[in-house]
Ligand binder design. Structure first.
Ligand code: GLA
Length: 664
């Protein structure tokens, strides 16, 4: 495993932006970092204009001093390449490297991420600054990790991007006949007779071609990966022993297939910012951590991964910033660590006094060290120190939730029967159901091996190719349990509808047939025979071997199956034809898990107490217990609580408090 040089135990720190401050602040920073037990900081992410103030003229003196100071203070550095924010001189010199939106508007500098990764001038400049940094700091003793770029995720429609898209399509399809067939260009006279006719999916008079959009996302992922690899290879050549990573951003707009990228990363790192201020933040945190854990299994640096950024004291919801209540920072940090993060890193170390993110929270707030925020920063550093031993533990579960970038992208096309349904949203709904039922799960990709799982969940897995359908049949035949939700298996890998009734590829294994969809308007609720409700979507499900578990009791489908169960081979396949309300989904998840022989991580944990277990190869195990409720909770479990250093039996968790029990 390649792991940051010189780092033992868990990482703690965040983005350090000394370029925003005068040198006397740098010294204070190091002193305060030491007080907080910070051991790793990301430096230079957005410092391109300071590092290369004029084309080809570098100024590394200030960065030398910063790295020396950090090294003297015993703090390791994740040195970033600054390529996510080219300097103004670059944009003025190379207007053709500025990105173009789908509407044909060329964006100008003044923010960040304003470049096209396909533009030769951008790639050249990014390579030059990367090579210069690598040459300068290859032997610097503070260098622990390379942090390439920041949150790859841009798209562009300029001529360079269009050319690159055409090249990518030629490789994918070989010839135009295959492309025309896959894109169904016979519709609306779109047949292409020359590669030069093909464009990125720019603004069109009316609906665009969904297959073109899907391929553009896939291309985007590969194109950005190419930009990452170009930098990664330069850094590797200069410092073969220093691991290289980039920080993944999680968002619907991001054309990145993170599982595929992870095979190229020495360490999977994610940035995660919950978007709900209420209890949803805890579920989102757990989900993001399990996602990263799944990607890390593809990485040569796995199974560990790293939370590279989150906000210390802030949850951003549309239009409002919510401060985190006391204790929430610790609970969230432990939720990531419990699920395999090799530490907790934050954006950012010191709050900026100006610039676009001047109100973003930081480990060191504007108020300075005499603040509630900084006290929690110090407490978190002490806590992570006490937890160092858990780093050898891994998480294993017998439930897998399949998430698929392709299905997500395909369902983002604006031509579907309902704009209200979304793959990521459905994955989140089923994850929530499992989380609330206390069931740990892995989040996996369609390519992943399913044989170790007692239960596999396919939430709205829209694209299913023949090979995957065959693998699912084998999984079921050998005794697996499958829970499938609506809009799964409907289309092939090109997004073309499978004929003969839905859910196309999965009809036989589910023992059902659906001949039409009946999406619901967002306010409609359909009652179900078990007292639950369905919303957003419904289907007239015809039984073809399956039995009805629950039925619709009102609306056009009254009396028809809503949830079904089908014995297939030695296994069982369940189907859910509507979006169940959260309680009903949770009950169903618990029932299906029980039938599959899966038990909760900590069966005695009450509602609102999250439990995750890490185990080491030498037989130790650590039970993380996070009390998200506002009352104290006592659980009949025993162990040495690493947070207090005392043996407990039973354990009492204060309101909003945590325990990490070492149990042999
Ligand atoms: C991202 C970026 C950071 C910062 C934060 C703000 O994660 O990587 O530079 O903009 O968001 O939340």
């Amino acid at each position: 495993m390649r792991w940051p040089k010189g780092l033992d135990g868990l990482c703690y720190g965040g983005d350090h932006n000394p370029e925003q401050w005068p040198p006397e602040v740098w010294t204070e920073d190091v002193a305060l970092m030491r007080r907080a037990r910070v051991n790793l900081v990301t430096v230079g992410v957005f410092a391109w204009s300071r590092l290369e103030p004029q084309p080809g003229r570098y100024d590394f003196d200030w960065l030398d001093r910063v790295l020396d100071l950090l090294h003297t203070g015993g703090i390791r550095v994740a040195l970033a390449t600054p390529t996510a924010s080219p300097p103004p001189w670059f944009s003025l010199r190379h207007p053709d490297a500025l990105p173009v939106t789908a509407d044909g508007v060329r964006l100008q500098h003044g923010s960040r991420d304003t470049y096209c990764v396909s533009a030769p001038a951008y790639r050249r400049a990014a390579g030059e600054i990367t090579a210069a940094l690598a040459a300068r700091y290859a032997d610097h003793p503070a260098l622990a990790l390379w942090h390439v770029h920041n949150e790859y995720g841009t798209t562009c429609h300029c001529d360079h991007a269009t050319e690159a898209f055409r090249r990518w399509l030629r490789t994918r399809y070989g010839g135009l006949d295959a492309l025309n067939d896959a894109w169904t260009t016979s519709f609306w006279s779109q047949h292409y007779s020359d590669w030069a006719q093909i464009r990125t999916p720019v603004a069109t008079r009316y609906l665009g071609n969904p297959a073109q959009l899907l391929d553009f996302r896939r291309f985007g992922s590969d194109e950005l990966l190419g930009a990452y690899l170009a930098q990664r290879d330069l850094l590797r050549a200069a410092t073969p022993d220093v691991p290289v990573t980039t920080n993944f951003v999680l968002g619907g707009w991001v054309p990145v297939d993170h599982a595929r990228w992870s095979t190229e990363l020495d360490l999977v790192a994610i940035d995660h910012y919950p978007t709900e201020a209420g209890p949803g933040a805890e579920e989102q945190t757990a989900f993001a951590a399990d996602l990263a854990r799944g990607w890390a299994r593809h990485s040569p640096g796995g199974p560990g991964w790293l939370l590279m950024e989150t906000a210390p004291n802030l949850i951003l919801t549309p239009g409002r910033m919510h401060g985190k209540e006391p204790g929430r920072l610790l609970r969230h940090s432990l939720s990531y660590v419990a699920r395999g993060s090799r530490g907790a890193m934050f954006f950012q170390w010191r709050a900026s006094r100006g610039g676009a993110e001047l109100f973003h929270s930081a480990l060191l707030p504007h108020a300075g060290p005499r603040s509630r925020g900084f006290r929690e920063t110090v407490e978190l550093g002490e806590t992570l120190d006490r937890l160092a031993e858990v780093d050898v533990g891994t998480v294993s579960t017998s439930v897998a939730v399949v998430r698929d970038a392709g299905s997500w992208w395909a369902l983002q096309a604006s031509v579907l029967p309902s704009a209200e349904v979304d793959h990521a949203d459905e994955v989140a709904a089923v994850y929530r159901a499992l989380w609330r039922a206390g069931l740990g799960c892995d989040v996996v990709e369609p390519g992943d091996d399913l044989s170790g799982y007692a239960l596999v969940v396919l939430p709205m897995l829209y694209l299913v190719d023949d090979g995957y359908a065959a693998r699912l049949r084998d999984y079921l035949a050998s005794g697996g349990h499958l829970l499938v939700s609506y809009l799964s298996g409907v289309a092939d890998e090109y997004g073309r509808i499978r004929l003969g009734g839905h859910p196309g590829a999965l009809r036989d294994l589910l023992g059902i047939r659906v001949d039409e969809f009946q999406p619901l308007d967002p306010a409609t609720r359909l009652s179900l025979s078990d007292g639950g409700t369905g919303r957003l979507w419904s289907e007239p499900v015809e039984l073809a071997g399956a039995t009805a578990v629950t039925t619709y009791t009102d609306g056009r489908l009254a009396g028809g199956p809503a949830v079904t169960r089908h014995a297939y081979g030695a296994g069982v396949a369940w189907y859910v034809s509507t979006r169940l309300d959260d309680d009903t989904y949770r009950r169903l998840a618990a029932d299906v898990a029980r039938a599959a022989g899966v038990t909760p991580t900590c069966p005695v944990a009450p509602d609102g107490v999250e439990a995750v277990r890490r185990r080491s190869a030498d037989g130790r195990s650590w039970l993380f217990l996070l009390n998200h409720t506002d009352t104290a909770q006592t659980l009949p479990v025993a162990g040495l609580d690493l947070l207090t250093g005392g043996y407990v039996d039973p354990v009492t968790l204060p309101a909003g408090g945590c325990a990490v029990l070492r149990q042999s």
